[in-house]
Write a protein that binds this ligand. Sequence first.
Ligand SMILES: Cc1cc2nc3c(=O)[nH]c(=O)nc-3n(C[C@H](O)[C@H](O)[C@H](O)COP(=O)(O)O)c2cc1C
Length: 313
Amino acid sequence: MNNRVTELFNIKYPIIQAGMIWNSGWRLAAASSNSGILGLIGAGSMYPDVLREHIQKCKAATDKPFGVNVPMLYPNIQEIMDIIVEEEVKIVFTSAGNPKTWTKWLQDKGITVVHVVSSVKFALKAQEAGVDAVVAEGFEAGGHNGRDETTTLTLIPMVKEQLQIPLIAAGGIATGKAMLACMVLGADGVQVGSRFVASEESSAHQAFKQVVVDAKEGDTQLTLKELAPVRLIKNKFFIEIQELYKTSPTPEQLIKLLGRARAKRGMFEGDLENGELEIGQISGLIHDVKPVAEIVEDIIAEFENMKKWVSTI
Ligand SMILES: Cc1cc2nc3c(=O)[nH]c(=O)nc-3n(C[C@H](O)[C@H](O)[C@H](O)COP(=O)(O)O)c2cc1C
């Protein structure tokens, strides 16, 4: 398969394994890259020295291209970017911030830069900032999300109508059928998150992986829009947030309830009641934990079958 995304990253299939805090360390990224897609280390949950260690381990585990996802909302961002340059990482996916801040700085050092957005407006801003490609992420996606609630099915064709640079679709994609649908809508490739949480190589706690496998339609919801909108499993912590909402809380009260390290507690340490469990709506279609190589094989086999099937309708 050859297109603008496979060429941009020098990969076999136009699929990106999403950067995901507490889930995407070097094991997941290396396994993804070794399976012919682009693996990303999620820097969002890593102190700078931990990130350096993950990059070094990933380099030792694969000779294929891989990248680092950097949510730009952390105070030590300069240190993170310096490590990425020192360790000669060639691909960076930025998210949660202004693409103007780092794009040129990284590109001047020979790094390919992709920015994640959830609206047409921000896709065009990213293009204007000079990024090499855009990930457009729909409302159904796991993790932090946009406020506008635009779904992947509507976002991708609307971004495509105006964007010239390569477009990567994200949100609700876990199968070859969904990948094909997104490419028909105008995407050059897809970014897959939730499906890879339930992989053998993800660093999610076993108990969280089981929650993903057990999740059904309607088990997740977007919340905390006043702080940073995030899609969560409706567990005890989620219900506490909903209860607090009934009292018309101030942002400070929400921040207090959120406290510290909730995401780590839930997804990495397996505290299913008090932790923050980030996952996408597509978890309702994920029924098993598998090795990354099998997940990729399944997606590609179904994608090819569906291409043939489409010509018969
Ligand atoms: C557990 C989890 C953690 C995530 N963490 C990040 C992150 O650190 N940075 C980021 O840009 N996106 C993050 N995301 C969003 C993913 O990168 C990706 O765009 C999204 O999962 C795609 O939708 P899907 O989950 O329906 O496949 C996260 C998603 C999940 C499920």
